[in-house]
Each structure stands twice: as structure tokens, then as C-alpha cells.
Design a protein around this ligand. Structure first.
Ligand code: MG
Length: 184
């Protein structure tokens, strides 16, 4: 291969020259305490059982991690800045509202959503078919194809607060795309 075959400019410059979009990654994490109850929200859906999550809103750790991933990719702060748990407006609120607002913020920054990869950390119950349903909810919320949404689940092998069902957590990675020349 000749030296001239290599791109010597910055990634940004080469993306601009070729007319390609550049990408921005976002990462989100959240954890909520589990206490005795009658089920909890996860990815916008109800997980039945004898546990509930504690929190100010509907305490959905997966959607909260998704909000932070969206905001992070756009460098727009974090969920606590936009939706503080000291604000009565967000008490008991459906976290899908936070996702819709965060989506609007990234779109206003000129960004489009590529794909989402999420992992839920939960000892029990087993999520099983609910994972597929959660993928659909997230795809609908973000208005992207369900093939661009991945939801995985892991137990903690009985270890620590999650492993002993005292907590449920979620990690979310997201890819956003920006057209050439856009400055979010
Ligand atoms: Mg939370």
C-alpha cells in the first residue's frame, strides 16, 4: 500500500471531506434499591413479583441509564441536572417522559440516534421474554428500528447488593450521529 493511501488528516476533517457523518458515544448507568413490594418498572414495563424499586420517580433504572446515555452523547449534562429528585414535578412520574425530553434535547443539538446496547443487572426474577418487549418499548420511544436496540440481562451470581436482590442496575451505551459541520 502506498503512503498516499493513508488518511493523514484528523478524523473530523476526513469525515467532512468524505461527507460522512461522525459519531458520538454515550454511556449511562443507574442503580435502584429493591424493597418488598408488588413489582417494579424496568425499561418502561412492569416486572411482576414481590419487590419494588425505591426512588422519586417511577424508579426505572434502565430508562434512567438510557437518559444519561442520551445526554452524555450530546454533552448535555446528566439526569439529576434536568430532572432533580428534589423537584415535586417528577414525583412518581413515568420515566418514559424523561427519555422523550432527553431525545428532544439531542435532536435539537442536530444529532440522530444510531443504536442502543443495554445490560440489566438483576438477580431475580429472570427477565426472559420481557427483554424482547423492553427492546420494543425503547425502539418506540426513540423512534428507531428494534434491530438497533439490544437488551441483555445478567445476574451477579449471588454476589453483593444486586446478587442478594437488594438492588437492580443498568448500563446503557448509545451511538448518536452528527452531520458534517454540526456542533452540538
Ligand atoms: Mg434512577
Amino acid at each position: 500500500m502506498l503512503k498516499e493511501d493513508f488518511h493523514v488528516g484528523s478524523a473530523e476533517t476526513s469525515a467532512m471531506e468524505s461527507g460522512l457523518m461522525s459519531s458520538r458515544i454515550g454511556l449511562g448507568f443507574d442503580i435502584h434499591r429493591l424493597v418488598p413490594g408488588k413489582g417494579f418498572r424496568l425499561g418502561g414495563l412492569e416486572v411482576p413479583g414481590e419487590l419494588r424499586t425505591e426512588g422519586h420517580s417511577d424508579a426505572d433504572p434502565l430508562l434512567h441509564a438510557l437518559v444519561d446515555a442520551l445526554l452524555g452523547a450530546a454533552a448535555r449534562g446528566d439526569i439529576g441536572e434536568h430532572f432533580p429528585d428534589t423537584d415535586a414535578r417528577w414525583k412518581g412520574v413515568d420515566s418514559r417522559i424523561f427519555v422523550e425530553k432527553a431525545k428532544k434535547m439531542v435532536e435539537e443539538a442536530g444529532l440522530t440516534i444510531g443504536n442502543v446496547d443495554a445490560t440489566v443487572f438483576l438477580e431475580r426474577p429472570k427477565l426472559g421474554p420481557l427483554k424482547k418487549e423492553i427492546r420494543k418499548v425503547i425502539a418506540e420511544l426513540l423512534q428507531i428500528d428494534v434491530r438497533n436496540v439490544s437488551v441483555k440481562a445478567k445476574t451477579l451470581e449471588g454476589l453483593g447488593s444486586i446478587g442478594t436482590s437488594k438492588a437492580v442496575a443498568a448500563h446503557v451505551g448509545i451511538m448518536l450521529h452528527e452531520p458534517p459541520g454540526a456542533a452540538p
